[in-house]
Design a protein around this ligand. Structure first.
Ligand code: KE4
Length: 429
C-alpha cells in the first residue's frame, strides 16, 4: 500500500497542527505508521491521497451510519447551502430536527442544539449542577464524554489510547467534584452515593460503553442505576452521543426501556456535519437561558446546514427495515470473525452491540476498563496494519469501536472477514 503522498502531507501537517492532526486518535500514535490522508468517501469506501481505496469501519467515529456521501444527504446540503450557511438567528430547520429527536426519544421533552458532543455533555453537567444545587458528578472509568475539564478523569477513547487517563492543565479543584466508579459496578455507585449523600448532582454514563472498546451493560446494571439515582434524588444523564440513533432509532434508552433525566446526543443527528444536543425533562431544560439562569450559547448552534444533514439522515434512518438489515450485516461480521478465530486457535474476544464492534486481544471477561486494559495492544497494532495494508480501515485503537454502516454490503463484510482471517493466521497462539 503506497502512502507516499500521505507521508508528505503528514510531515507538512505536523508543522502546523500538533501531531499533524485535529484530533489525537487520528494520528495513529497507538498503532504507529502513517495515517492515510483521505480525499473522499463514497458509501462504505474512503480513498486516500495516494489513490488507495479502503472499506471504512471508522465512519468518522459514528456519524456516518448511512455511509459516506449519501446522495439524499449531499443533495439536501447542496440545496440548503444555496440559501446561505448560517444566520445567527433561528430557522424552522431547528424545530424540524428537534421534533424528530423528541419523537424518537420521548424522555427528551425539550433540547438545545450545540456543535459537538463535548459541548452537549459539558452543558448537561452544568445544568444538572444548577438543577440540583450540588457539585459532584459520578462517571465511569473508561467512559469518554468529550474533553471538557471536569470529564477528563479516567477517560476512555483517545485518553485511554494514549495512556493519558487524566490530562495536565485540568486544575485539581475541577476534578475534586468528579467521582469515578468501575463500569458495571453498581455496588461502587451505591457506595459513592452513600458516602457523598446530598453532594451529587448526577451520574453520567454511556449506556453501552464504546470508548474502552465496546462494553455492553451487564443485565440489570442500567436498571439499578436508574433506581439508585431516583432513590438518591440524583439525575441520570445518558451520554448517547454514540448510541443515539445507532443501536436503535430511539437509542439505547429505547432498547433498555429506561428514561434518563438528561440525554446527550451528537454524531448521527448531524449527518456528518458538526452537531451535538442535550435535552430531557422540561422542568430541567427550562433552567437554560434565556428561560432560566443557566447560561449556554454557541455561534453555530443549530446551524442550518448541519440541521439539514441531520434531518435528511434521520428521514432515511426512520424508514422501516434499516436497523434489521444493519443488525444482520453486523451479526454476519461478528460470526465470521469468531469462526476465523476458532479455526485459527486465536485467543480474542469480540464484543458487539448492534453495529458497534470491538475485537479485543485478550480472553478476559470484558466488564469494565480494568478488564480491557489487559488486552494485548501490540497484537492489536499488528492486526490493525495487516488490515490497513489490505484495504480495511479499522479504528486505530484497541479502545475504540468499529462502526458498521448501512452502506456496508455483504461483499464488503465477506472481504473483511477473509482479510481478518489472514491477519489472525499470524496471531494464533
Ligand atoms: P465530540 O466532542 O468529539 O463531538 O463528542 C465527544 C463524545 C462524547 N460522548 C461520547 C460517548 C463520545 O464517544 C464522544 C466522542 N467520541 C470519539 C470517538 N470515540 C470521537 C473521536 C475523536 O475524539 O476524534
Amino acid at each position: 500500500m503506497e502512502l507516499k503522498r500521505s507521508q508528505e502531507l503528514f510531515e507538512e501537517a505536523k508543522r502546523y497542527l500538533p501531531g499533524g492532526v485535529d484530533s489525537p486518535v487520528r494520528a495513529f500514535k497507538a498503532v504507529g505508521g502513517t495515517p492515510p490522508f483521505i480525499t473522499r468517501g463514497k458509501g462504505s469506501r474512503i480513498f486516500d491521497a495516494d489513490g488507495n481505496e479502503y472499506i471504512d469501519y471508522v465512519c468518522s467515529w459514528g456519524p456516518l451510519i448511512l455511509g459516506h456521501s449519501h446522495p439524499r444527504v449531499i443533495d439536501a446540503i447542496k440545496q440548503a447551502a444555496e440559501n446561505g450557511t448560517t444566520f445567527g438567528a433561528s430557522t424552522e430547520l431547528e424545530i424540524t430536527l428537534a421534533k424528530m429527536v423528541t419523537t424518537a426519544m420521548p424522555s427528551i421533552e425539550m433540547l438545545r442544539f450545540v456543535s459537538s458532543g463535548t459541548e452537549a455533555t459539558m452543558s448537561a453537567l452544568r445544568l444538572a449542577r444548577a438543577f440540583t444545587g450540588r457539585d459532584k458528578i459520578i462517571k465511569f472509568a473508561g467512559g469518554y464524554h468529550g474533553h471538557s475539564d471536569g470529564l477528563l478523569v479516567k477517560g476512555g477513547s483517545g485518553l485511554a489510547t494514549l495512556g493519558l487517563p487524566d490530562s495536565p492543565g485540568v486544575p485539581k479543584s475541577y476534578t475534586l467534584n468528579t467521582l469515578v466508579a468501575p463500569y458495571n459496578d453498581i455496588e461502587a455507585v451505591a457506595q459513592l452515593l452513600h458516602k457523598y449523600s446530598g453532594e451529587i448532582a448526577g451520574v453520567i454514563v454511556e449506556p453501552i460503553a464504546a470508548n474502552m472498546g465496546v462494553i455492553p451493560p451487564q443485565p440489570g446494571f442500567l436498571e439499578s442505576l436508574r433506581q439508585l439515582t431516583i432513590d438518591n434524588d440524583v439525575l441520570l444523564i445518558f451520554d448517547e452521543v454514540i448510541t443515539g440513533f445507532r443501536v436503535a432509532y430511539g437509542g439505547a434508552q429505547s432498547v433498555f426501556k429506561i428514561t434518563p433525566d438528561i440525554t446527550c446526543l451528537g454524531k448521527i443527528i448531524g449527518g456528518g456535519l458538526p452537531v451535538g444536543a442535550y435535552g430531557g425533562r422540561r422542568d430541567i431544560m427550562e433552567m437554560i437561558a434565556p428561560v432560566g439562569p443557566v447560561y449556554q450559547a454557541g455561534t453555530l448552534s443549530g446551524n442550518p446546514l448541519a440541521m439539514t444533514a441531520g434531518i435528511e439522515t434521520l428521514k432515511v434512518l426512520s424508514q422501516p427495515g434499516n436497523y434489521e438489515r444493519l443488525e444482520k450485516t453486523s451479526a454476519k461480521m461478528e460470526k465470521g470473525i469468531a469462526e476465523a478465530a476458532v479455526s485459527l486457535n486465536c485467543r480474542l474476544r469480540i464484543s458487539r452491540f448492534a453495529s458497534l464492534l470491538t475485537v479485543f486481544f485478550t480472553d478476559n471477561q470484558l466488564v469494565d476498563f480494568e478488564s480491557v486494559s489487559g488486552a494485548d495492544t501490540a497484537k492489536f497494532s499488528w492486526f490493525f496494519h495487516r488490515l490497513l495494508e489490505n484495504g480495511i480501515y479499522w479504528p486505530p485503537s484497541q479502545y475504540e469501536a468499529a462502526f458498521i454502516s448501512m452502506a456496508h454490503s455483504d461483499e464488503d463484510i465477506q472481504k473483511t472477514i477473509e482479510i481478518i482471517g489472514m491477519a489472525l493466521e499470524h496471531l494464533k497462539d
